[in-house]
Design a protein around this ligand. Structure first.
Ligand SMILES: [Zn+2]
Length: 155
């Protein structure tokens, strides 16, 4: 029983420190957490603009290939054809004379006819889509299928 009397004397000084010490730690931990959040926000903001630097630098690298490819790729201009019928011409890709292969394409004239027929007699509005004479004509090379010229029905 004599051993029970001393503990009370020890208890008064010891309990306070353990309770006081955790309180400031929690405050510090909260401050640390806020600082960490702020640091994370700043770091996230800093990470954002960083990727744009290499992206902006990449276009300069892409600028060079087109100049090299432009010398390799030869673009054949599609001329305005004088007639919708097949005609004799020279294919720049095959490097030989050929007779064009015609392909009918729905053009401006076709749509104008469709609209006009819709206004006056709508059941026959689909007819211009079926008549090649109402469509534009695209002339192709029969061997390499390169588009050579284009014949418009409407100006
Ligand atoms: Zn050809």
């Amino acid at each position: 029983m004599s051993s029970d009397s001393p503990p009370p004397s020890y208890s008064p000084p010891r309990p306070p420190p353990p309770y006081e010490s955790p309180e400031p730690k929690t405050e510090k931990s909260l401050e640390m957490a806020d600082n960490e959040k702020n640091e994370k926000r700043e770091s996230s903001i800093r990470i954002g603009p960083a990727p744009f630097v290499p992206l902006s630098a990449q276009p300069s690298a892409f600028m060079h290939p087109p100049s090299q490819s432009s010398t390799l790729v030869i673009v054949h201009p599609v001329k305005e054809a004088a007639t919708s019928a097949p005609y004799q011409t020279f294919c720049p890709k095959c490097q030989m004379p050929i007779t064009t292969r015609q392909h009918y394409v729905t053009g401006t004239f076709t749509w104008i006819l469709v609209v006009v027929i819709l206004i006056f007699f709508f059941p026959l509005a689909f007819v211009p889509f079926c008549l090649d004479s109402c469509k534009d004509v695209q002339h192709y090379c029969p061997k390499c299928s390169t588009p050579l010229s284009y014949r418009r029905k409407f100006f």
